[in-house]
Design a protein around this ligand. Structure first.
Ligand SMILES: Nc1ncnc2c1ncn2[C@@H]1O[C@H](COP(=O)(O)OP(=O)(O)O)[C@@H](O)[C@H]1O
Ligand code: SF4
Ligand SMILES: [Mg+2]
Length: 385
């Protein structure tokens, strides 16, 4: 079924879901119809999320993370947008609910934190009041009680001197404080699902860590389900249970966080991994920018969308787009014809090296390896990192 974002179809099909499953997204597509053509921002994303778990959605800027989150949440994506597929939240397909039904869900059952807290905070309203806005609206909590709850929440998100800050306006607080206020506001109605879209990208590194740790702590303590959207694999390392890697609107790899880091299978995930500083990494280990640029979403290449940048690319990759398929390890899925760690991947690398393919040479160089096939073929099991 295909619906516009404002579309409403009355009957959400009855759906049998596992008891512990809170969100099931099935074959979600989101396209924008622009004068230059169709821009396929999300191209058939499916995943399921169980209660109390945390999921990281990772990919470079433009890979479709925000559009995916906003499509699920039914938040405004502008004009000329078409969304298809389904997003079952506690068994109800959000994509066919009316705006009125969605308004009941926003803020109470599902909450969202944005990169820029000013997107969700009203500059004209004092912070204490906006922290409990949803609480008063949805639960009919009185003024005095709301103020007490607001103070508790501001203390919980560690706003220093919360009692005096409760009557301040957002612009009177620092960026980090404002993000703490928007977290407090999101937590006020005790949502069962929280989306955090690049919640720390605008903040400096020290504050980033504090906010991310705060979110992880709240998620665990409240047994809340959380989706953390980020361009930085380092942000979700050790903080989420599972990771979904997106490239050009598709999921290219999906696994537990431990598995993604220990047994990387997609060349794009491997490239992302090499481009982040890791504390466990030797200080001399090179950081490598991913060769080339992400594709323009209106003009995706034929076959695998990562093919112009992939160091293992083979002729088949230019023709056929690999589907996301199980790898044999429980829950680990990958969309690649030559997954990292496989013999076919090693052979592909060797061939591309002999053909002096620029992105393959760049990887070989970053490894500090002699660019002969003999050296590279002796690289350790499980990849090149
Ligand atoms: N409202 C919109 N209208 C047209 N194109 C959009 C709109 N929002 C996002 N896009 C496009 O959709 C693609 C995915 O964007 P987005 O989801 O914001 O990426 P990410 O969050 O991963 O950085 C990009 O090509 C972006 O330019
Ligand atoms: S090896 Fe081929 S299928 Fe796999 S990521 Fe590279 S280009 Fe895509
Ligand atoms: Mg985004």
């Amino acid at each position: 079924m295909t619906i516009g974002v404002e579309g409403t179809t009355a009957s959400a099909a009855a759906k049998t879901i596992l008891d512990s499953e809170i969100l099931r997204v099935e074959d979600l597509h989101t396209s924008f119809f622009l004068p230059i053509g169709e821009l396929q921002a999300v191209r058939g994303v499916s995943f399921s999320l169980h209660r109390g778990r945390s999921l990281g959605i990772v990919g470079e800027s433009g890979s479709g993370k925000t559009v995916l989150a906003r499509s699920i949440m039914r938040l405004n994506l502008g004009a000329n947008v078409e969304i298809s597929g389904s997003a079952f939240f506690e068994g109800r397909d959000l994509l066919v609910l009316s705006r009125r039904e969605m308004r009941r869900i926003w803020g109470s059952d599902i909450a969202m934190i944005f990169q820029d807290p000013m997107t969700s905070l009203n500059p004209m309203v004092k912070v204490g009041r906006q922290v409990t806005e949803h609480l008063r609206k949805h639960n009919g909590v009185g003024r005095q009680e709301a103020k007490r709850v607001a103070l508790d929440l501001l203390n919980e998100v560690r706003i220093p001197e919360a009692a005096s800050r409760i009557d301040r306006f957002p612009h009177e607080l620092s960026g980090g404080m404002r993000q703490r206020v928007s977290i407090a506001s999101a937590l006020a109605c005790e949502p069962s699902l929280l989306f955090a879209d690049e919640p720390t990208t605008a903040l400096d590194v020290t504050v980033q860590h504090q906010i991310l740790n705060l979110l992880s702590r709240e998620q665990r303590q409240r047994n809340m389900t959380m989706v953390m959207v980020t361009h930085d694999l380092g942000v979700v390392a050790g903080r989420t249970d599972d990771i979904l890697v997106m490239y050009a609107g598709k999921v290219v790899e999906q696994a537990s966080t431990v598995e993604i880091f220990d047994k990387t299978q997609h060349p794009y995930t491997e490239a992302l991994m090499r481009s982040i500083p890791r504390t466990a990494q030797a200080s001399h280990a090179p950081l490598v920018a991913i060769t080339g640029r992400p594709p323009v979403a209106t003009h995706l290449p034929k076959g695998c969308a990562f093919s112009p940048r992939c160091p293992y690319v083979q002729p088949r990759c230019h023709e056929e787009d690999p589907v996301l398929a199980p790898t044999g390890t429980s829950g680990h899925k990958v969309a690649c014809w030559y997954p990292v760690g496989s013999d076919s991947n090693r052979e592909a690398f060797e061939r591309n090296l002999s053909n002096r393919l620029p992105q393959t040479l760049a990887v070989a160089e970053s490894l500090g390896a002699d660019q002969s096939s003999e050296t590279l073929i002796s690289l350790p099991e499980g990849g090149l990192a």
